[in-house]
Write a protein of this length. Structure first.
Length: 249
């Protein structure tokens, strides 16, 4: 059986989120299909895959390799191949630099044009964009924003179902984030970075990390802790005076 028809056949039945399915589909179409889509599954070698993956940047190569592993894992499970040619390919090392984010003070000072209200809402409530796109006015009551769904259907995890304090005016969000991303781009940040703005605001307000994890919809507080342990240069510059004030008590 040829690879492309097989991929199209199994993709809808994989036990994955809609977002992951979309990522697999994009990685296959752009990076794997031109090399292996026309070939039969049992004719594809490790060398074929390495040739397809080698020119790609690390993050894209990693996603494409994971997609290839899934394809051949499913083919092997159906006895269409004997060995998974992607299984022994070493994933690239991905160096992730701490993402830049704006503080709430910076967000509140910047005019983002017609996206200002939406951007400030994201920064003050910590919603993932899929959650924001599904949010309705009726989800805001009793001083809380009730988050219980995503534009993909359910929230990313069970922990994603949560209530957070309502702190700013709500304006319905478009299904796609492109217009908001364009408003943020000149300031060197992304839509997702606004969740870091929210986390940093919680930290600055002395909200305990386990409480912050619940407010952000993290199932693992360690994810929140990684954000809490990030510091900005202004924190370092003021740490000396803060210590002296404490020791002087």
């Amino acid at each position: 059986m040829k690879t492309s028809p097989f991929f199209e056949q199994v993709l809808p039945y994989l036990d994955i989120t809609p977002k992951t399915r979309s990522n697999y589909e994009g990685a296959y179409r752009l990076n794997l299909k031109p090399y292996i889509g026309h070939k039969t599954l049992d004719s594809i070698t490790k060398a074929d895959l390495v040739m397809a993956l080698e020119p790609l940047p690390p993050q894209t190569r990693y996603q494409s390799l994971m997609t290839a592993r899934v394809i051949f894992r499913e083919a092997k499970a159906r006895d269409l191949i004997v060995e998974n040619p992607a299984a022994s390919i070493k994933p690239p090392r991905i160096s992730v630099q701490p993402a830049k984010f704006l503080t709430w003070e910076e967000v509140s000072d910047i005019d983002f044009g017609n996206q200002t209200q939406r951007i400030r809402f994201l920064a003050l409530h910590g919603l993932r964009y899929g959650e924001a796109a599904a949010l309705q006015e009726s989800d805001i009551y009793d001083g809380l924003v009730h988050i219980n769904k995503s534009k993909y259907g359910p929230t990313k995890t069970k922990a994603g179902v949560r209530n957070v304090p309502h702190l700013s005016n709500f304006e319905p969000f478009p299904l796609h984030q492109r217009s908001i991303a364009r408003a943020l781009a000149p300031h060197g940040v992304t839509v997702h970075s606004l969740r870091k703005t929210y986390a940093y605001t919680l930290k600055s307000a002395n909200i305990h990390v386990t409480t912050a994890a619940k407010l952000m919809g993290h199932s693992n507080p360690m994810v929140t802790l990684r954000i809490y342990t990030q510091v900005r240069d202004d924190e370092l510059s003021t740490s000396g005076s803060a210590l002296k004030a404490y020791l002087g008590k």
